[in-house]
Ligand binder design. Structure first.
Ligand SMILES: Nc1nc2c(c(=O)[nH]1)N[C@H]1C(S)=C(S)[C@@H](COP(=O)(O)O)O[C@H]1N2
Ligand SMILES: [Mo]
Length: 520
């Protein structure tokens, strides 16, 4: 009896190790796939790898590069996967001995991945949950596999036939997990390889200087108050909204834009053509129609691009055309009124954001930016086609889905300081925030406490009428609880709408309202 038992135990240890390896690699693959959805420029594996490479002494780095040549990255990643699989094997053995012991090892993987992600320059909010979710997936798979293994490995040998089927069930589960992991790994590998190639191409891309530079930011435009958001939103904080399940990766060398439909002269241009045009650079605040009152689906960036009106002048729209249907590489469309693309506003085919090529998530290599319109009717990312057409004949992606055909941005304002529900000391309480009325500009911002009289805030100078404006106001408050509301009025004298309306079909309205608790 004894030799048989220990042979069984020995065999099952081997299978526990195999379970651990599969689970650890599955966690990595899950991380890669999830990163594809949430943060294409940074996966846990690339974050850890990048941190390791940064930590290598320069001599070793050069030695490795000379040893492996251009294959150094692939060799490095393979090495990481071998180490991860080995530690996973150990986790499997531990998990078999003590429940959660192996899962804990995989959790440590997740934390290492998280630490690496948080310290990388490419960090975006979307990247943060990925290592944690991947580790949870790996730990759950490990628990599941080890439980199957235990159920099917009796401590004492069972009658031959029965043990045989039990073992077979476990092996089937393990083989299925391994196969799914392998298929996922291939998908992730192919997609990430493409994304990495495009990221490199993006980094190498040199944007020309603007023929018409962005007007200087006026002194005092940025209110210095703790808790205010920066006047120009850095890319890592810039909201991202799109229907793309996986961020499209477009090779800038083969990208083209076709202008078709009701035009006298169809045109196709490539990126070199576009970059050779006289480009302009402007700050523009773009916003999502789904932004709730007080919400953060709005951001202000410095965009570099070629005016759409100049392109339209080349193609000469035919009489009767009143819409430009812009299409992205993944088939998404936006219908923009022709008149806002031909008037004096700076609607552009943007190639740059805050001095860099567009980030992959924000439409690399080319997107539209149109001052004054919500993104869903104007801000097409991964742009590939502009079609001149009529509102009577065509519609953008969101129009048949319950959103208005036209989407001018509504005048609105937001209180950022203090945060709602925050406790503050009695005396002068400092309020601060933003207000926007793209392409009209903000004339004044007012606050009221407990529905009292409106008090005018100090409005900072805007960068332009196409951007948001910051404001601040100190209000004397004695201890107690208050409701504070903000209201903006545009430069034509029209106040923002008071009536509370939902985001659908054409943008929310109502005053942003916060609660403030003033301590004695
Ligand atoms: N290709 C494509 N472009 C798109 C979208 C999309 O789903 N697909 N969404 C639009 C919407 S609704 C908004 S609000 C803006 C957001 O741009 P951002 O993600 O760069 O902030 O992109 C617009 N461009
Ligand atoms: Mo949007």
């Amino acid at each position: 009896m004894r030799p048989a038992t220990s042979r069984a135990a020995h065999g099952s240890r081997r299978w526990a190790a195999a379970s651990g390896m599969v689970s650890a690699v599955a966690a990595v693959v899950a991380g890669e796939l999830l990163a594809g959805l949430l943060s294409p420029s940074l996966s846990p594996l690339t974050a850890v790898g990048g941190a390791l490479i940064d930590a290598l002494p320069p001599g070793v780095k050069e030695w490795a590069v000379s040893l492996f040549g251009t294959a150094d990255k692939a060799v490095f990643v393979t090495g990481m996967l071998i180490v991860i699989a080995a530690v996973g094997g150990l986790a499997g053995i531990l998990e078999q001995r003590r429940r959660f012991a192996g899962a804990a090892v995989i959790a440590v993987f997740g934390l290492v991945g998280l630490a690496a992600v948080l310290t990388r320059a490419q960090m975006t909010p979307g990247a943060v949950p990925v290592p944690l979710a991947a580790a949870v997936a790996g730990a759950l798979l490990l628990r599941f596999l080890i439980r199957r293994l235990r159920e099917n490995t009796p401590a004492a040998p069972a009658p031959e036939g029965k043990r045989g089927t039990g073992r077979r069930t476990f092996l089937q589960v393990l083989a299925t997990s391994a196969a799914v992991t392998a298929v996922g790994g291939i998908i992730a590998g192919v997609w990430r390889g493409a994304a990495a190639g495009i990221s490199t191409a993006r980094e190498k891309l040199r944007l020309p200087a603007a023929a018409s530079e962005a007007p200087a930011i006026p002194a005092g435009a940025e209110v210095s108050l703790d808790g205010m958001q920066p006047l120009v939103t850095p890319k890592r904080d810039f909201y991202r909204i799109d229907t793309a399940l996986i961020v499209p990766v477009i090779d800038p060398d083969t990208w083209t834009l076709r202008v078709t439909g009701m035009v006298e002269q169809e045109i196709e241009l490539n990126l070199a053509d576009l970059l050779a045009k006289p480009l302009i650079e402007r700050h523009v605040t773009i916003a999502c129609v789904s932004n709730e009152v007080g919400g953060d689906l709005i951001g202000n960036a410095r965009w570099l691009g070629w005016p759409v009106r100049e392109l339209l002048a080349l193609v000469r729209p035919q009489a009767g055309a009143d819409m430009v249907l812009s299409r992205s590489s993944d088939g998404w469309t936006a219908g923009t009124p022709l008149e806002v693309l031909t008037d004096t506003r700076d609607a552009i085919l943007a190639v740059g954001m805050n001095g860099e090529p567009l980030p992959l998530e924000h439409g690399f290599p080319v997107r539209m930016i149109v001052p004054g319109l919500y993104g869903y009717v104007s801000a097409t990312k991964w742009l590939t086609e502009l079609r001149l057409t009529k509102f009577a004949d065509d519609e953008g992606y969101w129009t048949p889905r319950g959103w208005s055909e036209r989407g001018p941005i509504k005048t609105a304002s937001r209180i950022d300081v203090p945060r709602t529900g925050r406790r503050v000391g009695a005396g002068t309480v400092k309020f601060g925030g933003v207000a926007w009325s793209q392409h009209t500009g903000i004339g004044k911002v007012e606050l009221r406490v407990n529905r009292g009289p409106w008090q005018q805030a100090d409005l900072a100078p805007g960068i332009s009428r196409d951007t948001w404006y910051q404001w601040q106001l100190g209000i004397e408050l004695t201890p107690g609880q208050y409701e504070v509301q903000v209201r903006a009025t545009d430069l034509s004298g029209k106040p923002q709408a008071e009536e509370r309306r939902p985001v659908a079909p054409d943008g929310a309205t109502g005053f942003h309202t916060i609660r403030v608790d003033v301590n004695p």
